[in-house]
Design a protein around this ligand. Structure first.
Ligand SMILES: *[C@@H]1O[C@H](CO)[C@@H](O)[C@H](O)[C@H]1NC(C)=O
Ligand SMILES: *[C@@H]1O[C@H](CO)[C@@H](O)[C@H](O)[C@H]1NC(C)=O
Length: 343
């Protein structure tokens, strides 16, 4: 089951749906080297990120859990205007045959929105038509991380369920998914999917690695939705990011590596793709997320009567980078001094 089927068949497919599956777009807020979760207070942080969501004051580069995320933001780049959460990922670069790098832009999945991320909140896996698990919305101050920046092999990412790539032949392509970068040119771009764990310890808003306060279900994979383990008994929404990287203008094979490898590299140097990772800081206003998750509805969730805003207003919330450096290229090294690493 894939989102385009959800969109085209809508409630016909989801007839037995008991609760909610949200899907919405957040425009670009800013692209720069900041990471208040993994590198708090560090300006610039180690590598470039694309950040969407609430217009948090990034100058100080920290997001203490006691900060009032919605309260400190004046606008949000998300279409659901009560969502002041921040969502971010690393960015992709293309490495040309001459060794220089150029940033790959993100494509928006809605007309007119600038770049950004498509965000899902679900009760169960995307293709579970029932969406019947009862979920508790994240509390204020909550944050989490998925993936491993150091990973360069399939074995090292086996514990994540899971962060993937799809080589898009057209806008509707959703499979197959791989754990590493596609090896061939992708006519409609490369989609990444990042799925966060769904079981929370119920106590800690964060943990030193931003992961151990969370767990996957005790049995099965993320798809089969087994029970949460006793250590992490609280089921929270399945957060999923979709990002489409507009690789189309980098599909000239004459500029690809001569050894047959693929030319894309994450902003921290990983050219395998196994280090695909994502960051989440909760920031919905009051009980808006719980209200949405408790209302049977799909995608835009009109049944829950959410507050929304226009695409023009989403785009208008963008910020100027705090860190002043050339991140777009053609550049001889990735910002922060990285070169492509193939293993
Ligand atoms: C952001 O924080 C910095 C440092 O505390 C402060 O100087 C600046 O005025 C703040 N900007 C806004 C828009 O609040
Ligand atoms: C390197 O290759 C890119 C892509 O073909 C090109 O745009 C750029 O000008 C080249 N840079 C140098 C220094 O040759």
């Amino acid at each position: 089951m894939q989102w385009f089927i959800v969109l085209s068949l809508g409630l016909a497919v989801f007839a037995p749906l008991s609760n909610a599956l949200l899907r919405f777009q957040c425009s670009q807020l800013v692209i720069q080297r900041l990471d208040p979760l993994v590198n708090p207070g560090m300006v610039p942080s180690t590598h470039v990120h694309q950040i969407v969501g609430g217009s948090f004051n990034w100058t100080v580069a920290t997001m203490h859990p006691k900060k009032d995320m919605p309260g400190e933001s004046t606008c949000t780049t998300c279409s659901f205007s009560e969502d002041f959460s921040n969502y971010w990922t690393a960015v992709l670069y293309f490495r040309a045959r001459n060794g220089t790098y150029k940033r790959v832009p993100q494509a928006s999945q809605i007309n007119g929105a600038t770049g950004g991320i498509t965000v899902y909140y679900m009760q169960d896996a995307l293709y579970d038509q029932q969406q019947k698990s009862k979920v508790k919305a994240f509390p204020p101050g909550f944050r989490m991380f998925t993936g491993d920046v150091q990973a360069r092999t399939k074995e090292q990412v086996a514990r994540f369920r899971q962060n993937t790539y799809t080589c898009m032949k057209n806008a509707g392509t959703r499979e197959p998914e791989s754990l590493d970068f596609p090896k061939t040119t992708c006519a409609a771009g490369i989609m990444i999917n990042q799925r966060f764990p769904t079981c929370w310890d119920g106590v800690n808003l964060d943990s030193p690695d931003h992961m151990t306060h969370m767990s996957y279900p005790e049995t099965g994979t993320f798809e089969s939705g087994g029970p949460c383990p006793a250590t992490h008994p609280v089921r929270v929404p399945q957060v999923l990011f979709e990002v489409v990287w507009d690789t189309k203008k980098f599909n000239n094979k004459a500029d690809w590596p001569t050894d047959g490898s693929q030319p894309f590299v994450w902003s921290f140097g990983d050219a395998t793709g196994y280090a695909n990772h994502a960051d989440y800081v909760f920031g919905w206003k009051n009980d808006a997320l719980q209200r949405l998750m408790d209302t049977p509805c799909v995608v835009n969730c009109p049944a829950a009567n959410p507050k929304t805003q226009t695409t023009a207003n989403m785009n208008k919330c963008s910020q100027n980078p705090v860190v002043d450096e050339n991140i777009d290229g053609w550049i001889n090294e990735l910002p922060g001094g990285y070169q492509a690493q193939y293993h």
